[in-house]
Design a binder for this molecule. Sequence first.
Ligand SMILES: Cc1cc2nc3c(=O)[nH]c(=O)nc-3n(C[C@H](O)[C@H](O)[C@H](O)COP(=O)(O)OP(=O)(O)OC[C@H]3O[C@@H](n4cnc5c(N)ncnc54)[C@H](O)[C@@H]3O)c2cc1C
Length: 400
Amino acid sequence: MSAVDQNSQDSTAFISTEKHDYPELRDAVKRICADYPSEYWRKLDDTSSYPTEFVKALTDAGFLGALIPEEYGGSGMNLRAAAVILEEINASGCVASPAHAQMYIMGTLLRHGSEAQKQKYLPKIASGELRLQAFGVTEPSTGSDTTKLKTRAERRGDVYVVNGQKVWTSRALYSDLMLLLVRTTPIEQCKKKTDGLSTLLVDLREAKGKGLDIRPIDAMINHNTTEIFIENLEVPVENLIGEEGKGFKYILDGMNAERILVAQECIGDGRWLLKKAVEYANDRVVFGRSIGQNQGIQFPLARAYMELEAAELMSRKAAAMFEKGLPCGEEANMAKLMASEATWKAAEGAMLVHGGFGFAKEYGIERKWREARIYQTAPISTNMILSYIGEHVLGMARSY
Ligand SMILES: Cc1cc2nc3c(=O)[nH]c(=O)nc-3n(C[C@H](O)[C@H](O)[C@H](O)COP(=O)(O)OP(=O)(O)OC[C@H]3O[C@@H](n4cnc5c(N)ncnc54)[C@H](O)[C@@H]3O)c2cc1C
């Protein structure tokens, strides 16, 4: 399907009564996902492995280049269409997170990279020749307090010499490139704490073993996440994205798109969990009747459904505003928070309904339940969104 077809839909589609927009796109995603059943994901989960074949299939179909403009070899879709791809992957029982970051990390390069950088990288990212799946922001000692991050890049001639440490850098072992947020001017020398940070595009293929060491983290979900130790790593100055010292602004610019994509991906998990819960509730007979006949089973699922629908509306609204170039920080953040909580209700509902069988790996419920918890923590935690709404939307005093 061409980009023109994808974009022909009115971006105010969030007010339409259509249950699932972009039906052809959804069908195309579902067809790929059908080749990757629950068993495939269970094996990867058991061995903490990366779904290389699945990510390749998505790339070959043009889905991971969804947001790359056609002039750079991408599919040139709008944000809502890209969000629908991630939703449908998860709603099919597959896992979008091994590939989702490429969609939003690429945005920093697209919006702030030089023409030469875009020509060099974007066509190869769109074709799958290069993977841009890693985004190094979080650090062990500073966490959510991003502007205090300690990874330092000092310019020496044609290179930046980088020293520091990142944590929870997902997919770094399965990516060719990493977008790295570093401090180029010490915070004491900056007027604002948000100044003096810069974004570097690190070629992991060259960096590994030459100042960069990546170690996997054994985590609750199979997110292929890592910690990264950086010692005297040399990054060519030509790999600086945009202007030195403006990196924090560039990262913030991409946040709304990231929130909207993640919200919709999360809703996909919620839909899958709810569907499985309802099927099981209707099939499982205990005390001579289906368990779904009991209101104690029905009500939590009905509530999760309603909250998912509300999150979906907010997510559509945020995407429509984004596409019109309107400020949408409020809507994007609310969509992400609402989606994370609605999906968690669906996950809890699915565990409730499945009883003991919810714990059996064969059913896939416990895996999705674990995976559904991440949205309350990453890429931004619930409390940070609540304080954003409290301060920037409702106008109360800053708490940090
Ligand atoms: C599986 C996984 C994958 C991830 N992938 C990536 C990645 O690819 N790249 C990357 O850069 N990061 C990644 N992260 C990191 C993630 O973005 C952070 O974990 C998250 O932003 C929270 O930071 P933290 O863990 O340091 O928590 P902290 O900042 O230490 O906070 C701990 C808790 O305290 C709360 N808190 C902190 N300050 C306040 C306050 N002032 N008021 C109220 N509550 C507060 C937080 O909301 C949180 O709940 C990933 C994390 C996980 C778990």
